[in-house]
Design a protein around this ligand. Structure first.
Ligand SMILES: C[S@@+](CC[C@H](N)C(=O)[O-])C[C@H]1O[C@@H](n2cnc3c(N)ncnc32)[C@H](O)[C@@H]1O
Length: 326
């Protein structure tokens, strides 16, 4: 059984004690627990869009609420290749958990203790989805750059779909690496740079404007236009030219990112969510696999995988994985 994680105030490195649903350090600095999560930061930061998105689409991507899709579980185990039994009693850190699609997998499928962090108030959505696992889930609204844990604490650290949305991706990898204990594992997945054409895409063309729109206005535009854009991209896929043309239609990639068996209504909901997710973030910085691999090594993680993982037939995820040197 792994020992409990030491909590630290990331702003002064003082140990934090839990008292009356608060975290308190020796100097009396307090962080409240609100709606299931300890709050170390304010909501009004660059991830507000994600808070809006995940609190609006709280259940959409959670396997437990969908008979048609177990995409989160399939992707999680395709990327991690973890044996569920090995995680019993281990301390696992998840950074950038959103509505908790992968938190749910860890908590439902394993007996690990999960420390889950997000910079936005999406922690509230995560608590709604996973709060019934209170004995093994601890939630924190905090930044990847200022994590409230003693370094080298965790058996496993994972960070899925987050790095490209942080302002300094190298520093993000460094922060994650610091949390892994010797012999422990670090896994990240992220948007890759595949070539010069990666940024020749509706997302990168329109984002400078869309990320400045109010969240309500952007969502409303997407909802209004979702039907014809879905039909058009499905038509192009059907006649075999989707790979060439669909990158210029301002919706998410239906064929290569969404679960295959969604109902029509579910498909529309996923498209609206993923399209909002595509156009609203402050930062969207895809990375070269080789660069992330080198950062891992620089920060003391011996890489055992760096590349692309295929799951559900069409879906591709780019990941780097490794073990912290002793
Ligand atoms: C695209 S979402 C992915 C959420 C979840 N991992 C998933 O795959 O559904 C990216 C998440 O990273 C979080 N995030 C971005 N910057 C962060 C930071 N500095 N520290 C912690 N979380 C951050 C956002 O708030 C958002 O919930």
């Amino acid at each position: 059984m792994a020992k409990e994680i030491t909590l630290l105030n990331p702003y002064n490195q003082q140990p934090l004690e839990v008292a009356n649903d608060k975290l308190i350090d020796a100097k009396g600095k307090e962080f409240e627990k609100v709606a299931g999560a300890y709050r170390l930061v304010q909501d009004d930061n660059y991830t507000e869009n994600f808070g809006f998105q995940w609190n609006k689409f709280t259940k959409t991507q959670i396997d437990r609420f969908s008979e048609q899709s177990s995409q989160s579980k399939t992707r999680f185990f395709a990327v991690t290749e973890w044996d569920k039994k090995d995680l019993s009693g281990e301390n696992v850190l998840e950074v950038g958990s959103g509505a908790g699609r992968f938190s749910q997998v860890v908590l439902d499928e394993t007996k690990a203790n999960l420390y889950s962090v997000d910079y936005s108030n999406a922690v509230e959505a995560n608590f709604k989805n996973n709060g019934h696992h209170q004995d093994r889930l601890q939630l924190f609204q905090a930044s990847i750059y200022e994590l409230p844990f003693a370094p080298a604490s965790f058996d496993r650290v994972f960070c899925f779909g987050v790095l490209q949305h942080t302002p300094d991706v190298k520093k993000s990898v460094q922060s994650l690496a610091q949390m892994v204990k010797p012999g422990g594992e670090l896994l990240v997945d992220f948007y890759p740079i595949r070539g010069w054409w990666t940024k020749v895409h509706a997302k990168y063309i329109f984002r400078p404007w869309t990320k400045r729109m109010s969240h309500e206005k952007l969502l409303c535009r997407i909802e209004k236009n979702a039907n014809w854009m879905i039909r058009l991209s499905q038509f192009f896929n059907k006649i075999g030219i989707g790979k060439l043309t669909n990158r210029f239609i301002p919706i998410c990639d239906i064929k290569n990112t969404l679960p295959p068996d969604l109902t029509k209504e579910q498909l529309k909901e996923w498209v609206i969510l993923d399209t909002f997710d595509m156009f609203s973030p402050e930062y969207d910085q895809p990375q070269r696999v080789e660069t992330v691999r080198q950062w891992f090594e620089e920060f003391g993680i011996k890489v055992d995988f760096a590349g692309t993982i295929n799951f559900e037939g069409n879906n591709l995820v780019t990941a780097v994985k490794g073990i912290k040197k002793g």
